[in-house]
Design a binder for this molecule. Structure first.
Ligand code: HEC
Length: 152
């Protein structure tokens, strides 16, 4: 009898744990959302990492002539770079604000060209993005001796 009870108790505990963990949101807040305010270095890094990924996707899909996939990547990049732009604008750092604004403008041109199925124009607009990544990294990205980067 005692044994049956303890097994029942164990099962109950497992069931309880499962139902609680199913309700608890993950500790890290997940993917950046539109209009999200970047308040920590970790949130900033999450943006940059996704930007890297989406930028690769944009590049690849335009070269492959896949307008639908390119639209998705460009729209996502616009969301991410608008958050980055707000971050620097709030800090009143003029060069970084301009670099991120230039990228938002390029991304809008990319989307417009894609909507018109003009892959050549989409590629021209996309190609103007990279220099702005570079100029901001040169001025505001510091490589850490232990690996990784930080904001300077
Ligand atoms: C307005 C400034 C700015 C622009 C524009 C910008 N970055 Fe960054 N980026 C930073 C800063 C500052 C860091 C260092 C802090 C960090 O790593 O989170 C960084 C870090 C990164 C990292 C390293 C992330 C990590 O921590 O592992 C990648 C990858 C990256 N950027 C990619 C890009 C790409 C690709 C573009 C252009 C499509 C771009 N960035 C445009 C400021 C910028």
């Amino acid at each position: 009898m005692k044994r049956v009870l303890s097994i029942a108790c164990l099962l109950f505990c497992v069931a309880l744990t499962l139902s609680v963990s199913a309700q608890t949101p993950p500790a890290t807040a997940g993917a950046p959302t539109a209009g999200m305010k970047i308040t920590t270095d970790a949130e900033y890094a999450t943006h940059m990492k996704e930007i890297q990924q989406a930028n690769g996707m944009l590049n690849k899909s335009i070269k492959a002539g896949d307008a639908a996939e390119a639209q998705k990547a460009a729209a996502r990049l616009e969301v991410l770079f608008k958050n980055v732009h707000t971050y620097w604008a709030d800090k009143k750092i003029a060069d970084a604000t301009t670099a991120s604004q230039n990228i938002v403008t390029s991304l809008q041109a990319v989307q417009k060209a894609l909507a018109a199925n003009d892959m050549a124009a989409a590629e021209t607009a996309r190609a103007s993005i990279g220099a702005n990544c570079m100029s901001c990294h040169t001025a505001h990205r510091e490589k850490l001796p232990e690996g990784g980067f930080r904001i300077k």
